[in-house]
Design a protein around this ligand. Sequence first.
Ligand code: FES
Length: 64
Amino acid sequence: MYVCICHGVTDSQIEAAIDDGATTMRMISEELNVGNQCGQCCSCAKKLLNTKLIKIAEAQPAVA
Ligand code: FES
């Protein structure tokens, strides 16, 4: 699914960037240009980022 129409960025590309270490919208924007033109994709991209980061955090073993 396309998230950023201006730059043709998909949800898979955003998730791959997060898997590669991106943890903020700024990092995703710097890597994929998401949100740096019209800005319409920012809320969707941020939702994807937060959902993915929560999944990553939940997959981590609990620290005692
Ligand atoms: S849709 Fe992403 S900057 Fe326009």
